[in-house]
Write a protein that binds this ligand. Sequence first.
Ligand code: NAD
Length: 297
Amino acid sequence: MSIVGFIGLGRMGANMAANLIGHVDQLLVHDVSPDAVAAMVAQGAQAAGSAKALGDECDIVFASLPTPPIVREAILGPGGVAEGSRVKIVCDLSTSGPRLAQDLHAALSARGIASIDAPVSGGIKGAKDGTLAIMAGGPQAEYDQVLPLLQRMGKPFYMGETPGAGQVMKLVNNLLGAVAIGVTSEGMAMGIKAGLDPARMIEVLNSGTGINSATRDKWPRSVLPRTFDFGFAAALSLKDTNLLLDEAEAMGVPLQLGQVVRSYLERVLADYGPDADFTAMAKVVESDAGLDPERGA
Ligand code: NAD
């Protein structure tokens, strides 16, 4: 009988956890938000009550939490998952960087718990549809045990035994995704200032070599309609970019485009507040170009 736990039922976690219901013997969940827990209980999960309770009652615990310090605290901190008596595998689905993955591996293996890092890509829609790209690192035997569950959430890719291998892959993926938004913002601002129709521009880019994840998904869904609600917070994107740049610097790999994206994201937060979506990068670039970012669609 496999009892599975899930901590962190936010925009991603709630959808990923929902895809496990009916495919595990029991799904226990926890979140600091009682509303998030209640929504999962309404779908058939059971409330664990605390992070430690997940560790006491579950064989495998998944985490989808916002930042590395929160992941560290929820798993290794006092009253955390690792204090539980039953848990054998912790699988971190959050984007929390390779260094935390290495720390989790060291601390958890000392307690006889295996650690798998398995960050995901594909946004809220991918989480809902069970079509995420999942990039995993950690011991092969335990990866094989979580594989059928990861397959409920999307398409898993095993990147190797090295703790953090999945996290490195995810940071590289995010660099490309965020740079695509930045460069698309720049190109679009130039075209709009020259009088081109933005919707027509996106049509052309998506038929030409300029096509990228921003022209394909972000502009049609959130920038052309001026809703800026793609569903990934600029604050989380900045967190990912900082993890990426720190790691790259430690490795001696210069990432100049990453630096530009970081400064755009810092501007998004400064100009549009802590809840702004990362697609608001377009507004920052438009405003630098002398366009009115508050114009309608
Ligand atoms: P979110 O802020 O929507 O959800 C986080 C959830 O964690 C919230 O429900 C919050 O209440 C809960 N939480 C916070 N601290 C907690 C604690 N100590 N114990 C228990 N629960 C706690 O974030 P999200 O968008 O779902 O992102 C989660 C992770 O997935 C992040 O690492 C993010 O970078 C990554 N990610 C997000 C997306 C996206 O499109 N949103 C895509 C890929 C990866």
